[in-house]
Design a protein. Structure first.
Length: 453
């Protein structure tokens, strides 16, 4: 089967697009992307979408201007819509040029997807690119899923990123271009072996093809099998993730349910949790989190992660939390004075006021009946400190730090606690957690809290 018929068969079988859709075709003017553009133009009318060609002039080579003009002439002659972006030289970094160029390129493609309401972006990656990518992943190490290499399709912006040429070798593509008398431009930087991918392309791939001419087909078969296997594993992992989450809907997971799983399932769930948080999945993260959750002697703990996030174990639950770094000169908010018969706004979406005492309201969770002396007024509400002390029944006292631990308040929430304090400095109430014990021979005041809008 020739390349045109095979390409048509792949497109129809995959059901990627139809004549009512618009697609963005990334074209550099190299042989691969020129063949992709040509094959797209030769599709039957019923499966041929509207084409918008996206060309990026990175302004890294003298030839870039020639390539840009060529694309303008090519698309004008064929009445194909062309979008061009130029990467300003002033924005070129001193190091990491290749990665920065890729970011600029794909940001441009994403903007075009939105502007043209396109269903997908097409790139001209082929079977040799696939083999190079797999070998590079093997050499560098990483997660098993990375050995899937380049996926035929994946989500991108408002639609999909599709690579229709993955089934074709570089040799097939170039032979077709030559036989069809296509015009294209070679990027001379692809011939220099100071880049890892180029060394793999020029040194390793030819040797492997020499050992087995079917090397590319075998790589493609392995990546397809691995992709299918990982998909099945992902589906099972999602089921386990739901089991560990249970009826929790606050972004936390049950430690006990997680610990009932086999080790391989425990680690799969942790990887899924990291993935949901858009975190890199590393062996060290998974191992540290596994050790923390299985450590009975450490009911609370954290694992520092990337992007200012932490993996937190808080008694019976675990989750991913964002960590806000507090400046060194930061001071807690000033205390808020509670005024009689007037609502005052608290910092956590609550309001408070002091009222004359009633008979039964002291039993409510949001009320505290008090017997206060004149020198104990006014009351104030401030952030709780670990060494604050609350009086207990029968005498004695307990620190706020110990109370929060006993009530299994997660460490990440302890700094958010508020206390009610008298003018003489006595802590009356760790709000929402525990009240101080005081004599109520003649209660004369009542502190009332309510949720504010």
């Amino acid at each position: 089967m020739d390349i045109v018929k095979q390409f048509k068969s792949i497109v129809i079988q995959a059901n990627w697009f139809d004549s009512n859709q618009t697609v963005i075709v990334a074209v550099s003017a190299g042989v691969d992307s020129m063949v992709l553009l040509t094959l797209m133009q030769q599709l039957p009318v019923n499966v041929r979408p509207k084409l918008v060609v996206a060309h990026v002039n990175h302004q890294l080579r003298q030839q870039s201007e020639i390539e840009e003009q060529f694309m303008m002439d090519y698309c004008h002659q064929r009445h194909i819509q062309l979008e061009i972006a130029q990467w300003p030289v002033a924005n070129h970094p001193q190091t990491g040029v290749e990665a920065a160029a890729r970011r600029f390129r794909y940001d441009f493609f994403a903007e075009l997807m939105q502007r043209h309401h396109a269903s997908c972006l097409l790139t001209a990656h082929h079977a040799d690119d696939q083999a190079e990518t797999v070998l590079m992943k093997l050499v560098r190490g990483g997660q098993l899923m990375q050995l899937r290499g380049i996926l035929p399709e994946q989500p991108f912006e408002t639609g999909k990123l599709i690579r229709p040429l993955l089934a074709f070798s570089k040799a097939q593509i170039k032979n077709y271009a030559e036989q069809s008398h296509l015009t294209w431009y070679e990027d001379e930087t692809n011939q220099v072996d100071d880049v890892f991918r180029n060394r793999v392309r020029h040194q390793l791939i030819p040797l492997l093809k020499q050992e087995n001419p079917a090397f590319l087909e075998h790589v493609q078969a392995y990546t397809s099998q691995l992709t299918a296997t990982i998909q099945l594993a992902d589906e099972r992992t999602q089921e386990l993730l739901q089991e560990v989450r249970g009826d929790l809907d606050d972004g936390t997971y049950s430690v006990m349910r997680w610990r009932k799983l086999a080790l391989i399932h425990q680690q799969a769930v942790l990887k899924a949790v990291f993935k949901l948080a858009d975190l890199p999945i590393t062996t060290s993260y998974v191992e540290e989190a596994t050790q923390l959750l299985n450590n009975d002697e450490k009911p609370n703990g954290e694992v520092n992660l990337a992007h200012s996030q932490v993996f937190e174990k808080a008694y019976d639950h675990f989750s991913i939390k964002s960590v806000l770094k507090v400046p060194q000169n930061h001071k807690p908010a000033d205390k808020i004075v509670v005024i009689s018969n007037q609502w005052v706004q608290l910092s956590r979406g609550l309001q408070a006021r002091l009222e004359p005492a009633r008979t039964t309201e002291h039993l409510k969770k949001c009320h505290m009946t008090l017997e206060l002396k004149p020198n104990e007024l006014p009351l104030s509400i401030r952030q709780a400190l670990p060494d604050d002390r609350i009086n207990l029944i029968g005498g004695g006292h307990k620190t706020v730090r110990r109370i929060l631990i006993d009530h299994k308040v997660p460490r990440s929430k302890r700094s958010q606690q508020l206390v009610v304090v008298t003018a003489t400095g006595e802590v009356l109430w760790l709000i929402g957690v525990q009240r101080s014990t005081r004599d109520l021979t003649e209660p004369n005041y009542e502190l009332v809290l309510k949720q504010s809008d």
